[in-house]
Design a protein around this ligand. Structure first.
Ligand SMILES: *Cc1c(COP(=O)(O)O)cnc(C)c1O
Ligand SMILES: [Zn+2]
Length: 422
């Protein structure tokens, strides 16, 4: 059953608009996850809240009195208050002011929200922790997901924290560090000899057949609520710092992250925490950019044979493209596409300013650099980059960007010679 918070009102289909009352108890399994009137791939649901009730609850117990993690927003999550897990420290990641980098790029300001500091090293911990808490709430014993990597590792991490079993479907090309992380967390890992899309279909079918809780973000509306907390935090932390950004740059794969962040920003705007809304800068890999296409065509392109080193956004068939396109349009946003070379440059650039990012996370920065070059962004703009995952996630790309160390004998003379060559 989808039992929850008293602040939660209904689920709305983003395709046909029909609504289901949250108070309607829905049988366990996947049936409740998508719109009964639409096809499961089109009828993605969105969870809605009574924001006046949220405001009243925040007046009674102000945000300033709450723990510094994303559970502080529990009225805006589909979880009963007494079902908030204790000791899962997710979110409230720092926003780093990279003033030197802003100056270098000619921006008014540039700040970086470092979500690589979450428990398993990526923003996906926000979604997986909320999904896992929800799975516990409905009594699921086994959770499953298909992922290019980070969604899976974060789910495996939280299944381990909860003492539950995780079943993971990854494309066999997933980077080794992510696979290692999954296996160390004790998940059962199926490395599917196929694309992400095939792994995804297989996982859905397995959830139906074996009755597992499906963590797949695109169809499970609970997960997007977790990703939303990044937007809630950007708003609250920006308000505390006295600087609401003009732009928030986010890399886009399936589209749930950017859609979730937008939802969080809008809710905080409605609640009066911020007085205006930023524009979204969606960043895709030039080789795999279906959302860029969908922005102008209102449909997905044919699957091409392009590729990218940014495995976390290598999603040729994004499940949540409607939500992402809606968010981008509502925010008066723009999509930019970046090449692998630009991604590697952005990894190096971030590193020089103390930020260690995997390619899909450096994409936000690469998009900002591209935006500066095309004069979309300039001296007036205050920009915030979402760093979605740490550089330890993909050592091969980090090594490509970083280069090789200088190899020497243990001799001071060799140090001196090497310094001269540098
Ligand atoms: C998943 C992920 C993204 C993109 O999120 P989507 O919801 O797929 O658009 C970006 N960066 C990293 C590091 C990710 O793991
Ligand atoms: Zn519908």
């Amino acid at each position: 059953m989808l039992i929850m918070n008293s602040t939660l009102t209904q689920l709305r289909c983003i395709n046909c608009g029909s609504t289901t009352k949250a108070s309607v108890a829905i049988a366990a399994g996947e049936q409740w996850m998508t719109c009964p009137a639409c096809s499961p791939s089109e009828g993605i649901l969105d969870i809605e809240y009574d924001l006046d009730a949220v405001r009243r609850s925040w007046e009674k117990r102000p945000l300033s009195d709450r723990p510094l993690n994303h559970w502080r927003y529990h009225e805006l999550l589909p979880l009963a208050a007494d079902q908030i897990p204790r000791g899962w420290q997710v979110g409230w990641t720092p926003i780093v002011d990279t003033a030197r980098l802003a100056q270098e790029l000619g921006l008014r300001s540039l700040r970086v929200k470092d979500d690589g500091r979450n428990p398993s090293g990526s923003l996906k911990d926000r979604a997986s922790s909320v999904g896992m808490a929800h799975a516990l709430q409905i009594g699921a014993d086994t959770v499953a997901c298909a992922s290019t990597g980070n969604a899976a590792t974060s789910l495996a991490c939280h299944a381990a924290l909860a003492g539950k079993a995780a079943r993971i479907f990854v494309p066999h090309t997933a980077p080794e560090p992510k696979l290692a992380q999954l296996l160390v967390y004790g998940a059962k890992v199926f490395a599917v000899e196929g694309t992400y899309d095939e792994a995804y279909q297989l996982c859905s079918a397995a959830c139906d057949r074996f009755g597992w809780y499906n963590r797949n973000c695109a169809i499970n509306p609970v997960l997007v609520e977790g990703k939303k907390t990044a937007g809630l935090e950007v708003a609250e932390q920006s308000a505390l710092a006295g600087e609401v950004p003009d732009w928030v740059a986010v890399s886009v794969g399936d589209g749930c992250t950017i859609a979730g962040i937008w939802k969080g920003l809008v809710e905080m705007h409605t609640l009066g925490v911020i007085d205006r809304l930023p524009r979204l800068l969606g960043v895709q890999a030039a080789g795999v950019a279906p959302i860029d296409y969908a922005m102008t065509h209102d449909a997905l392109p044919e699957v091409g044979d392009g590729s990218t080193i940014a495995d976390s956004i290598d999603v040729p068939v994004p499940r949540n493209w409607r939500k992402a396109v809606q968010a981008l349009r509502e925010s008066d946003g723009v999509v930019v596409c970046v090449t692998d070379e630009q991604l590697l440059d952005a990894i190096r650039l971030g590193g020089k300013h103390g930020i260690f990012a995997e390619p899909a996370a450096a994409a936000a920065l690469a998009g900002i650099v591209a935006g500066v070059e095309s004069k979309l962004l300039g001296a007036e703009d205050r920009v915030l980059a979402m760093m979605t995952g740490t550089g330890l996630k993909d050592i091969r790309s980090s090594t490509r960007a970083g280069g090789a160390p200088t190899r020497i004998k243990p001799s001071l003379d060799e140090v001196a010679v090497a310094l001269e060559q540098a």
